[in-house]
Design a protein around this ligand. Sequence first.
Ligand code: MN
Ligand code: MN
Length: 463
Amino acid sequence: MQTTEQLKALLYKNETVADTAPEALAAAQEFCEGYKTFLDNAKTEREATAYSEKLLLDAGYRAFVPGQKLEPGAKVYAINRHKCVLAATIGTKPLEQGFHLNIAHIDSPRLDLRPVPVFEKEGLGYLRTHYYGGVRKYQWPTIPLALHGVICRADGSKVEVCIGENENDPVFCITDLLPHLSAKQNEKKLSEGIAAEDLNVLIASQPIADKEAEKRVKLNILGMLHEAYGITERDFTRAEIEVVPAFKARDIGLDRAMIGAYGHDDRVDAYPALMAEIGVQAPAYTTVCVLTDKEETGSDGVTGLNSMYTFHFLQQLCAAQGADYITACKAAKCLSADVTAAYDPTFADAFEPDNATYAGRGVAIYKYTGSRGKSGTNDAPAELVSYLTSLMDRSGVVWQIGEMGKLDLGGGGTVAKYVANQDIDTIDIGVPVLSMHAPFEVVSKADVYMAYRTFKAFCEDAD
Ligand code: MN
Ligand code: MN
């Protein structure tokens, strides 16, 4: 006969970090100060890459030179086309015994400028946008916006643009209809209330002095841009300008236990993964951290995980050490990090509470993702889940496991399958996010810290 206490011990418990590891809360606060700075300096994949490279160089990483033999403890990095980061620390074990790979993405949903963006209507000047990733369009009007990106000029020179981040900068915005006149708009479905063609960024309203001229506001815009950046309208065709929220990362709540910011998805995993990689000294297994681009549009393209760039790097790493690449992949393990949906009591209908992941209850594990019948998923083998959960338990990491929400409401994928498809054991983990993909997303600091502790334990694992 078992007592109630004995029976209770059989239960899977999904508890808060505050209850199970209260001593971690102060460390989480401290860790997240660095994370907020990262967020404010890394609102685009290019900025995240540049800022990460600076952190790597400060930590003593050297540019990876293919063919150069590296000693255990050596730290090297490579950058893929200004948009992806690859960093590695050479382990004491030969690469044929496997490497430990931490991957996250540094692109976020946003509005991109179209190739010919500037237009004028009734005295107001706008920039036309094309949304990038899973954007809920109604969330983007009436918030302050900033412009970030690069413009390549005809002569091949490149100019960086960042307007709206400095206190003295102007900001931009998308307008919405006043409630007094919105009766017709209110009848529309939420998904249609604001259309893609409505996402026009207000950029100016003053015409040039010449009353005889046409498109006087547009001419004024082009004149100001030419003065500031030496660019013409034609140069927008070879530009990558991203429209992102102009606000900075802020603590949320009287207890300051959460962070509200643009772009948690997926910098909230990228920063902890990078910090763990930077911190590891002389690991047993070679550690590799990849911060990738293009996850939000399906990972295609030369900077997406569907490209060979990560696997070329791994191949060259193996070649330099005289290790067989295929053997190394078969023995390798990968934590594919991406945010998960945090259970939102306001929208409880969308979740199945027993299998939801919650803000403040530690890093989340997803054995599988995908839609409908797990379509498009990497379904991590039970043996790998077992490896990871025992590593986390040994390392004092608070974790939870779940799925995105109720079945058949939607779903989503991550880069995990693209790594697993290369014969590398891969599992999804990540930080739960409230209001995922919104201009202002919310995470729990305790979960950010537990993600860091997970990457750290994985980097340091010697078994
Ligand atoms: Mn993501
Ligand atoms: Mn996403």
